[in-house]
Design a protein around this ligand. Structure first.
Ligand SMILES: Cc1cc2nc3c(=O)[nH]c(=O)nc-3n(C[C@H](O)[C@H](O)[C@H](O)COP(=O)(O)OP(=O)(O)OC[C@H]3O[C@@H](n4cnc5c(N)ncnc54)[C@H](O)[C@@H]3O)c2cc1C
Length: 401
C-alpha cells in the first residue's frame, strides 16, 4: 500500500497530466482503480480509514455474502474456492486486502475527501481533503458507498429510552443479549439476520418491528442461487418480473400471513426499483414459523418508563432496541453543490456515464441491483475505465510502460 502523500494543488500551471482519484477503498473503489490501471491510467485511491474494506470490517460477525463467490469477485482476481459458495465477512476483508496487494494499487489511507469541485478552467477536478490537502485529478470516481452513515429515524421520545439502543452498524453478535428481551426495528437483510442471530444467541424474546412487509427469497433453491435469477431477469420488464416472482414465491415460500408477514402487494421487482431489495432467508422463515421471532408493527414513538409505542397502539418494554434502519448515502457535502444528486440524495447517473455538466465525474456502488451490488460494481469498474480512457486519456496520467 502506498503511503506517499499525494501531490498538492499549487498556484503554478497545472501539470500536463494528473491521476484519476478514486474516493473510497471499498470493493467499488478498488475495482475501479484496478480497471483504470489495467488500461495504463494512473489511479490513486483515497481512503478515509486506515485500511481498505472499512465497511466490511465493521459488519456483524455472522455475515456471509448472499451473492455467490463467483458472482461477487472483482475484475482481475477470482475469489479462492476455499472461501466456499457463501463467503464470510472475514474472507471478504481478506479478499479486498489481497486484491489491493495483488494489483499493487496506489492507495493513500487516512485521507477523507470532504468536497469535490470542478477546476475553473474545466480541465479536471479539485478535491479538498483531510489536513487542508487540495488534490487535482483528471477525473474522479466516487466510491464512498452507502453503508457508512447510519440512519436512525427521529422517533419522538427516543432520548428518554433507558435501555440499550444501537444502530445495526454497531452490532457485532448476540452475546450481550443472551437472556434479554430485544426489539429489532426494520426487516431488511440486516434486521432479518440480526433477529435470527439473537434467537440463536439465547435472547429471551426477539421481536421484529416491520413497517413494510418485505419480499423474502430463499438464498438458494435446489442449488440455484437467487442471484442467478436476479442476473437473468434484470433487463426484463418490471411487470413481467413481478408476475414471475409472484408465481415463484407461491410455489417455494410458505405463507407467513398468520405470523404477521403476508405476501407484499407490490411486486418484487417494483420494490427493487424503489430501492428495497428482497430479504434473503438465512433462518428468518423458520424462526418466525416457530414463534421465536415475533413480528410486530412499526415503531411510532418512545414513552417514559422505557415503553415503546407501536403504530397499532401496542406498548412494549424491551431491554434493548437494535435499529436496522439502514444508511444514508451522505453525498450532499461531497458533491451536492454540483447538482449531480436527485431528490433522494442519489447520484443521477452511475457507471460509465458522467452527470451533465460534470464531465469526468463517475459514481459506482450507489444502486441496489437485483443481480448483486458487487457484481455490478465489478462491471461498472470496467465501464468507467473505458469511459475515462475514451474521454480523458489525454489528461490523465499514464503509467510507465
Ligand atoms: C450487511 C451488508 C451485506 C451485504 N451483502 C452483499 C452481498 O452479499 N452481495 C453484494 O453484492 N452486495 C452486498 N452488500 C452491498 C455492497 O456490495 C456492499 O455494501 C459493498 O461494500 C459496497 O461497496 P462500496 O465500495 O460501494 O462501499 P463501501 O464498502 O462502503 O466502501 C466505501 C469506502 O469509502 C470510504 N469513504 C467513505 N467516504 C469517504 C470519503 N469522503 N473520503 C475517503 N474515503 C471515504 C469508506 O471508509 C469505505 O472504505 C452488502 C451490504 C451490507 C451493508
Amino acid at each position: 500500500m502506498a503511503d506517499s502523500t499525494p501531490p498538492t494543488h499549487s498556484s503554478a500551471p497545472p501539470p500536463p497530466d494528473r491521476p484519476v482519484y478514486v474516493i473510497g477503498g471499498g470493493p467499488g473503489g478498488l475495482a475501479a482503480a484496478y480497471a483504470l490501471r489495467a488500461r495504463g491510467i494512473r489511479a490513486v485511491v483515497l481512503e478515509k480509514s486506515d485500511r481498505v474494506g472499512a465497511s466490511w470490517r465493521g459488519h456483524y460477525d455472522r455475515l456471509h455474502l448472499h451473492t455467490t463467490r463467483r458472482f461477487s469477485a472483482l475484475p482481475g482476481l477470482p475469489m479462492p474456492r476455499r472461501f466456499g459458495r457463501w463467503v464470510s465477512r472475514d474472507d471478504v476483508v481478506r479478499y479486498l486486502e489481497k486484491y489491493a496487494e495483488h494489483h499493487r494499487l496506489e492507495i493513500v489511507t487516512g485521507v477523507e475527501v470532504s468536497r469535490v469541485e470542478r477546476l475553473p478552467d474545466g480541465t479536471g477536478w479539485l478535491l479538498r481533503a483531510t489536513g487542508g490537502r487540495e488534490l487535482t485529478g483528471a477525473a474522479v470516481v466516487v466510491a464512498t458507498g452507502f453503508n457508512h452513515t447510519p440512519r436512525v429515524p427521529d422517533w419522538p421520545g427516543r432520548d428518554t429510552y433507558p435501555g440499550d439502543f444501537l444502530h445495526a452498524a454497531a452490532y457485532r453478535n448476540g452475546e450481550p443479549y443472551a437472556g434479554r428481551d430485544v426489539l429489532v426495528v426494520g426487516v431488511g437483510n440486516t434486521g432479518a439476520e440480526i433477529a435470527v442471530d439473537l434467537v440463536e444467541s439465547g435472547a429471551s424474546r426477539v421481536r421484529l418491528a416491520v413497517r413494510t412487509v418485505p419480499h423474502i427469497l430463499r438464498r438458494s433453491t435446489a442449488g440455484w442461487a437467487a442471484q442467478y435469477s436476479g442476473i437473468l431477469v434484470r433487463r426484463l420488464p418490471v411487470r413481467l418480473v413481478d408476475r414471475m416472482s409472484r408465481v415463484q414465491a407461491r410455489l417455494t415460500m410458505p405463507d407467513l400471513s398468520a405470523h404477521g408477514l403476508p405476501r407484499p402487494d407490490t411486486g418484487l421487482y417494483s420494490r427493487v426499483k424503489q430501492g428495497a431489495i428482497p430479504v434473503q432467508d438465512v433462518g428468518l422463515i423458520d424462526a418466525v414459523r416457530k414463534g421465536r421471532v415475533e413480528v410486530v408493527a412499526a415503531v411510532d414513538h418512545f414513552e417514559d418508563g422505557g415503553k415503546i409505542v407501536l403504530t397499532d397502539g401496542t406498548r412494549i418494554s424491551p431491554d434493548a432496541v437494535i435499529a436496522a434502519t439502514g444508511y444514508v448515502r451522505a453525498l450532499e457535502d461531497l458533491v451536492g453543490h454540483l447538482g449531480v444528486l436527485d431528490a433522494r440524495g442519489r447520484p443521477v447517473v452511475h457507471g460509465a456515464r458522467s452527470p451533465q455538466g460534470a464531465p469526468g465525474l463517475y459514481f459506482t456502488g450507489f444502486t441496489n441491483p437485483i443481480s448483486g451490488n458487487l457484481r455490478e460494481m465489478a462491471l461498472d469498474a470496467v465501464r468507467i475505465a473505458k469511459a475515462v480512457a475514451r474521454d480523458g486519456s489525454g489528461k490523465a496520467s499514464r503509467l510507465p510502460g
